[in-house]
Write a protein that binds this ligand. Structure first.
Ligand SMILES: [Zn+2]
Length: 261
């Protein structure tokens, strides 16, 4: 599932592609939105909140989408042949005379009044991709369940929004914290959220996605996806284990030497 850095980049691409020109196509292929056609409206920008996307329209409404597991937004020249737009996995087609944004396999779609956007986000913790994220609230949310493993809590979007399995692994490795340590056993929880924020923003703002700052293939993570390979700090073999409560477990990668129990 894509994380905050990916979503911020997608939001920026949608904003650029759709800015200042009327939609010549505005199709929503979503059962609850049947009959809604956005043709003729203009996008006034797309923002991300955690893993959610909010595309604001000039009629005072917002199209809310979520990629879930397999969703993507592709941007293509409107003049290109239209064949892909007929695929059954296309959920949305927003096109100006220049660019067309195609939402594939989206996992969620709503159309709400822009002033009521907050109602969609009420269940989420503070957005870690924000310029100045509300880290105090993230820490307070974390401390509400002190016995919960820290790795599980970091994945919970109601604690703080934006972290997935990559930044769970990379953040805890940097702080040398085992993913199963209780949240109350973490000495400086604010610093954890600050690190996740900093790493994801650097990745979103850089030339391509990277959790390490290095954009070369095979060098973009310290631990995530590196099971059985040497820790970049101590050469101990990286391991992976499921974290969370069945059936919602997710893989947590860590170094057993740098991040002991
Ligand atoms: Zn190590």
């Amino acid at each position: 599932m894509p994380e905050g850095d990916v979503l911020l980049r997608v939001a920026r691409r949608l904003s650029l592609a759709l800015s200042d020109r009327p939609l010549l196509r505005g199709e929503l292929r979503w059962p609850s939105l049947a009959g809604h056609d956005l043709t003729g409206l203009r996008s006034v920008g797309t923002v991300s909140y955690g893993k959610h996307l909010l595309t604001r329209l000039d009629d005072g409404r917002t199209l809310h989408t979520h990629l879930r597991m397999d969703g993507t937004w592709q941007v293509r020249h409107t003049a290109d042949p239209p064949e892909p737009l007929r695929r059954p996995n296309v959920r949305a087609v927003l096109g100006t005379d220049q660019w067309t944004c195609v939402g594939l396999q989206l996992g969620m779609m709503d159309l709400v009044r822009t002033r009521e956007e907050a109602s969609l986000l009420r269940h989420l913790g503070p957005d870690l991709m924000a310029d100045d994220p509300d880290l105090d609230t993230a820490v307070a949310n974390l401390q509400a369940d002190p016995e919960r493993p820290i790795g599980e809590a970091l994945l919970d979007q109601s604690v703080a929004a934006g972290i997935g399995t990559i930044y769970l692994a990379e953040t805890l490795w940097r702080h040398r914290i085992n993913p199963w340590r209780s949240s109350s056993g973490v000495q400086a929880p604010r610093e954890l959220f600050a690190t996740a924020h900093r790493l994801m923003r650097r990745s979103a703002d850089g030339p391509s996605l990277t959790a390490t700052g290095d954009t070369r293939a095979g060098h973009t993570t310290h631990v995530h996806g590196r099971e059985g390979r040497g820790c970049r700090r101590c050469r101990t073999l990286i391991v992976v284990a499921p974290i969370g409560v069945e059936p919602m477990t997710r893989p947590a990668y860590y170094c057993p030497a740098c991040q002991p129990d």
